[in-house]
Design a protein. Structure first.
Length: 270
Protein backbone atom coordinates (compact mmCIF):
# COMPACT_ATOMS: atom_id res chain seq x y z
CA UNK A 1 0.00 0.00 0.00
CA UNK A 2 2.82 2.38 0.92
CA UNK A 3 4.58 1.59 -2.34
CA UNK A 4 1.40 2.38 -4.28
CA UNK A 5 0.98 5.74 -2.50
CA UNK A 6 4.63 6.54 -3.22
CA UNK A 7 4.17 5.77 -6.92
CA UNK A 8 1.01 7.89 -7.06
CA UNK A 9 2.83 10.79 -5.37
CA UNK A 10 5.70 10.58 -7.86
CA UNK A 11 3.22 10.42 -10.73
CA UNK A 12 1.40 13.49 -9.42
CA UNK A 13 4.65 15.44 -9.10
CA UNK A 14 5.81 14.47 -12.58
CA UNK A 15 2.40 15.28 -14.01
CA UNK A 16 2.43 18.67 -12.32
CA UNK A 17 5.95 19.40 -13.58
CA UNK A 18 4.97 18.31 -17.07
CA UNK A 19 1.89 20.54 -16.99
CA UNK A 20 3.98 23.48 -15.84
CA UNK A 21 6.64 22.90 -18.50
CA UNK A 22 4.03 22.65 -21.22
CA UNK A 23 2.44 25.91 -20.02
CA UNK A 24 5.83 27.63 -20.00
CA UNK A 25 6.43 26.55 -23.60
CA UNK A 26 2.90 27.34 -24.71
CA UNK A 27 2.03 30.59 -26.45
CA UNK A 28 -1.62 30.33 -25.36
CA UNK A 29 -2.14 32.94 -22.61
CA UNK A 30 -5.34 31.30 -21.33
CA UNK A 31 -3.46 28.03 -20.76
CA UNK A 32 -0.77 29.87 -18.85
CA UNK A 33 -3.42 31.67 -16.80
CA UNK A 34 -5.23 28.43 -15.98
CA UNK A 35 -2.08 26.51 -15.01
CA UNK A 36 -0.70 29.51 -13.13
CA UNK A 37 -3.90 29.83 -11.09
CA UNK A 38 -3.85 26.11 -10.33
CA UNK A 39 -0.25 26.29 -9.14
CA UNK A 40 -1.09 29.40 -7.11
CA UNK A 41 -3.95 27.59 -5.36
CA UNK A 42 -1.59 24.68 -4.65
CA UNK A 43 0.86 27.04 -2.98
CA UNK A 44 3.49 26.68 -5.72
CA UNK A 45 4.07 30.40 -5.87
CA UNK A 46 7.46 30.46 -7.62
CA UNK A 47 6.15 28.55 -10.61
CA UNK A 48 2.90 30.51 -10.65
CA UNK A 49 4.88 33.74 -10.58
CA UNK A 50 6.96 32.72 -13.59
CA UNK A 51 3.83 31.98 -15.59
CA UNK A 52 2.09 35.18 -14.52
CA UNK A 53 5.10 37.28 -15.54
CA UNK A 54 4.68 36.00 -19.09
CA UNK A 55 0.99 36.90 -19.40
CA UNK A 56 0.45 40.08 -17.34
CA UNK A 57 0.87 42.40 -20.37
CA UNK A 58 -1.70 40.36 -22.34
CA UNK A 59 -4.47 40.86 -19.76
CA UNK A 60 -4.35 44.62 -19.34
CA UNK A 61 -7.87 46.00 -19.68
CA UNK A 62 -9.47 42.53 -19.74
CA UNK A 63 -12.06 41.24 -17.20
CA UNK A 64 -9.62 38.76 -15.64
CA UNK A 65 -6.88 41.36 -15.18
CA UNK A 66 -7.92 42.23 -11.61
CA UNK A 67 -7.77 38.62 -10.47
CA UNK A 68 -4.48 38.03 -12.25
CA UNK A 69 -2.84 41.15 -10.84
CA UNK A 70 -3.87 40.26 -7.30
CA UNK A 71 -2.43 36.73 -7.62
CA UNK A 72 0.65 38.12 -9.34
CA UNK A 73 1.26 40.56 -6.48
CA UNK A 74 0.65 37.88 -3.88
CA UNK A 75 3.18 35.51 -5.43
CA UNK A 76 5.92 38.08 -4.87
CA UNK A 77 4.89 38.32 -1.23
CA UNK A 78 4.83 34.55 -0.79
CA UNK A 79 8.26 34.06 -2.36
CA UNK A 80 9.56 36.83 -0.08
CA UNK A 81 10.45 39.29 -2.81
CA UNK A 82 9.14 42.09 -0.64
CA UNK A 83 10.37 45.00 -2.74
CA UNK A 84 8.31 43.88 -5.72
CA UNK A 85 5.44 42.73 -3.51
CA UNK A 86 5.07 46.20 -2.00
CA UNK A 87 5.30 47.82 -5.42
CA UNK A 88 2.86 45.46 -7.14
CA UNK A 89 0.28 45.59 -4.34
CA UNK A 90 0.35 49.38 -4.46
CA UNK A 91 -0.11 49.28 -8.24
CA UNK A 92 -3.02 46.88 -7.80
CA UNK A 93 -4.73 49.17 -5.26
CA UNK A 94 -4.24 52.15 -7.56
CA UNK A 95 -5.56 50.31 -10.62
CA UNK A 96 -8.55 48.69 -8.84
CA UNK A 97 -9.64 51.05 -6.04
CA UNK A 98 -13.10 49.45 -5.89
CA UNK A 99 -11.78 45.89 -5.61
CA UNK A 100 -12.76 43.82 -2.59
CA UNK A 101 -9.04 42.99 -2.32
CA UNK A 102 -7.81 46.58 -2.13
CA UNK A 103 -7.77 46.66 1.69
CA UNK A 104 -5.66 43.52 1.88
CA UNK A 105 -3.43 44.78 -0.93
CA UNK A 106 -2.66 48.04 0.85
CA UNK A 107 -1.97 46.23 4.11
CA UNK A 108 0.37 43.72 2.46
CA UNK A 109 2.11 46.50 0.55
CA UNK A 110 2.89 48.17 3.88
CA UNK A 111 3.72 44.89 5.60
CA UNK A 112 6.18 44.07 2.81
CA UNK A 113 8.14 47.18 3.78
CA UNK A 114 7.96 46.05 7.40
CA UNK A 115 9.54 42.76 6.32
CA UNK A 116 12.34 44.75 4.65
CA UNK A 117 13.09 46.75 7.79
CA UNK A 118 16.71 45.97 8.79
CA UNK A 119 18.26 45.53 12.23
CA UNK A 120 18.31 48.76 14.25
CA UNK A 121 22.03 49.35 13.75
CA UNK A 122 21.60 49.85 9.98
CA UNK A 123 20.02 52.70 8.01
CA UNK A 124 16.29 52.83 8.76
CA UNK A 125 14.92 54.13 5.44
CA UNK A 126 12.64 51.11 4.93
CA UNK A 127 11.53 51.29 8.57
CA UNK A 128 10.33 54.86 8.20
CA UNK A 129 8.63 54.10 4.89
CA UNK A 130 6.86 51.11 6.48
CA UNK A 131 5.66 53.23 9.42
CA UNK A 132 4.29 55.87 7.03
CA UNK A 133 2.43 53.30 4.94
CA UNK A 134 1.09 51.39 7.92
CA UNK A 135 -0.08 54.61 9.55
CA UNK A 136 -1.93 55.63 6.38
CA UNK A 137 -3.58 52.20 6.38
CA UNK A 138 -4.54 52.52 10.06
CA UNK A 139 -6.03 55.96 9.48
CA UNK A 140 -7.96 54.74 6.42
CA UNK A 141 -9.23 51.36 7.67
CA UNK A 142 -10.13 51.62 11.35
CA UNK A 143 -12.56 48.69 11.01
CA UNK A 144 -10.20 46.44 9.09
CA UNK A 145 -9.42 42.89 10.16
CA UNK A 146 -5.77 43.92 9.71
CA UNK A 147 -6.07 46.98 11.98
CA UNK A 148 -4.74 45.33 15.15
CA UNK A 149 -1.80 43.72 13.35
CA UNK A 150 -0.94 46.99 11.63
CA UNK A 151 -0.74 48.72 15.03
CA UNK A 152 1.49 45.96 16.38
CA UNK A 153 3.82 46.32 13.40
CA UNK A 154 4.02 50.10 13.83
CA UNK A 155 4.89 49.68 17.50
CA UNK A 156 7.67 47.20 16.64
CA UNK A 157 9.09 49.59 14.06
CA UNK A 158 8.86 52.55 16.45
CA UNK A 159 10.81 50.56 19.03
CA UNK A 160 13.48 49.90 16.41
CA UNK A 161 13.83 53.63 15.67
CA UNK A 162 13.89 54.29 19.40
CA UNK A 163 16.68 51.77 19.92
CA UNK A 164 18.59 53.22 16.97
CA UNK A 165 18.36 56.77 18.32
CA UNK A 166 19.36 55.73 21.84
CA UNK A 167 22.35 53.65 20.77
CA UNK A 168 23.54 56.43 18.44
CA UNK A 169 23.41 58.95 21.28
CA UNK A 170 25.18 56.52 23.59
CA UNK A 171 27.90 55.99 20.98
CA UNK A 172 28.49 59.75 20.88
CA UNK A 173 28.96 59.61 24.64
CA UNK A 174 31.62 56.92 24.24
CA UNK A 175 33.36 58.87 21.47
CA UNK A 176 33.48 61.88 23.78
CA UNK A 177 35.76 59.94 26.11
CA UNK A 178 38.37 59.94 23.33
CA UNK A 179 38.02 63.39 21.80
CA UNK A 180 36.58 65.31 24.75
CA UNK A 181 33.63 66.58 22.69
CA UNK A 182 30.33 65.62 24.28
CA UNK A 183 28.18 68.19 22.47
CA UNK A 184 26.92 65.66 19.90
CA UNK A 185 25.94 63.29 22.70
CA UNK A 186 24.01 65.98 24.59
CA UNK A 187 22.18 67.02 21.42
CA UNK A 188 21.36 63.41 20.53
CA UNK A 189 19.98 62.67 24.00
CA UNK A 190 17.97 65.92 23.95
CA UNK A 191 16.40 64.79 20.68
CA UNK A 192 15.78 61.28 22.01
CA UNK A 193 14.01 62.55 25.13
CA UNK A 194 11.86 64.88 23.02
CA UNK A 195 11.02 62.32 20.31
CA UNK A 196 10.38 59.32 22.59
CA UNK A 197 8.69 60.69 25.74
CA UNK A 198 7.23 57.30 26.70
CA UNK A 199 10.41 55.28 26.16
CA UNK A 200 11.50 52.66 28.67
CA UNK A 201 15.02 54.02 28.04
CA UNK A 202 14.10 57.55 29.11
CA UNK A 203 15.71 57.36 32.56
CA UNK A 204 18.94 56.05 31.09
CA UNK A 205 18.82 58.80 28.46
CA UNK A 206 18.46 61.45 31.21
CA UNK A 207 21.46 59.94 32.98
CA UNK A 208 23.72 59.85 29.92
CA UNK A 209 22.73 63.38 28.95
CA UNK A 210 23.79 64.56 32.40
CA UNK A 211 26.93 62.43 32.23
CA UNK A 212 27.88 64.03 28.89
CA UNK A 213 27.14 67.56 30.12
CA UNK A 214 29.09 66.95 33.33
CA UNK A 215 32.18 65.65 31.53
CA UNK A 216 32.03 68.44 28.96
CA UNK A 217 31.83 71.07 31.73
CA UNK A 218 34.55 69.63 33.94
CA UNK A 219 37.01 69.37 31.03
CA UNK A 220 36.16 72.75 29.51
CA UNK A 221 38.47 75.71 29.13
CA UNK A 222 37.91 78.59 31.59
CA UNK A 223 36.13 80.74 29.04
CA UNK A 224 33.36 78.15 28.55
CA UNK A 225 33.42 76.35 31.89
CA UNK A 226 30.95 78.44 33.92
CA UNK A 227 28.22 78.30 31.29
CA UNK A 228 28.66 74.57 30.88
CA UNK A 229 28.67 73.92 34.62
CA UNK A 230 25.38 75.78 34.96
CA UNK A 231 23.92 73.80 32.06
CA UNK A 232 25.08 70.54 33.65
CA UNK A 233 23.41 71.58 36.90
CA UNK A 234 20.14 72.16 35.05
CA UNK A 235 20.36 68.65 33.62
CA UNK A 236 21.00 67.31 37.13
CA UNK A 237 17.88 69.10 38.42
CA UNK A 238 15.85 67.69 35.52
CA UNK A 239 17.09 64.20 36.31
CA UNK A 240 16.29 64.45 40.03
CA UNK A 241 12.86 65.92 39.32
CA UNK A 242 11.99 63.08 36.95
CA UNK A 243 13.71 60.28 38.87
CA UNK A 244 13.99 61.06 42.56
CA UNK A 245 14.83 57.44 43.30
CA UNK A 246 17.03 55.91 40.64
CA UNK A 247 19.71 53.30 40.25
CA UNK A 248 21.89 56.17 39.05
CA UNK A 249 21.31 58.33 42.16
CA UNK A 250 24.73 57.72 43.68
CA UNK A 251 26.53 58.51 40.43
CA UNK A 252 24.59 61.72 39.74
CA UNK A 253 25.05 62.90 43.32
CA UNK A 254 28.82 62.59 42.85
CA UNK A 255 28.49 64.64 39.65
CA UNK A 256 26.53 67.44 41.31
CA UNK A 257 29.02 67.55 44.16
CA UNK A 258 31.83 68.13 41.67
CA UNK A 259 29.74 70.66 39.76
CA UNK A 260 28.93 72.63 42.93
CA UNK A 261 32.57 72.60 43.96
CA UNK A 262 33.59 74.08 40.62
CA UNK A 263 30.80 76.66 40.69
CA UNK A 264 31.93 77.89 44.11
CA UNK A 265 35.25 78.89 42.57
CA UNK A 266 33.40 81.33 40.32
CA UNK A 267 31.33 82.75 43.15
CA UNK A 268 34.51 83.55 45.14
CA UNK A 269 36.07 85.20 42.06
CA UNK A 270 33.16 87.59 41.76
Amino acid sequence: MKKLLYILAIFTILSSCSEYQKAMRSTDVSTRFEVGEKLYNEGKFTKANKLFIKIVPNYRGKPQAEKLMYMYSKTFYEIEDYYLASYQFERFASAYPESEKVEEALFLSAKSLYMLSPVYSKDQKETREAIDKLQIFINSYADSEYFAEANILVRELDLKLEKKAFETAKQYNKIGAYNGDYKASIKAFDNFIFNFPGSSLREEAFYYRLDSAYKLAIKSTEIKKLERLEKAKLYYNSFKQAYATSEYSEAVDIMISDIETELKKYSTKS
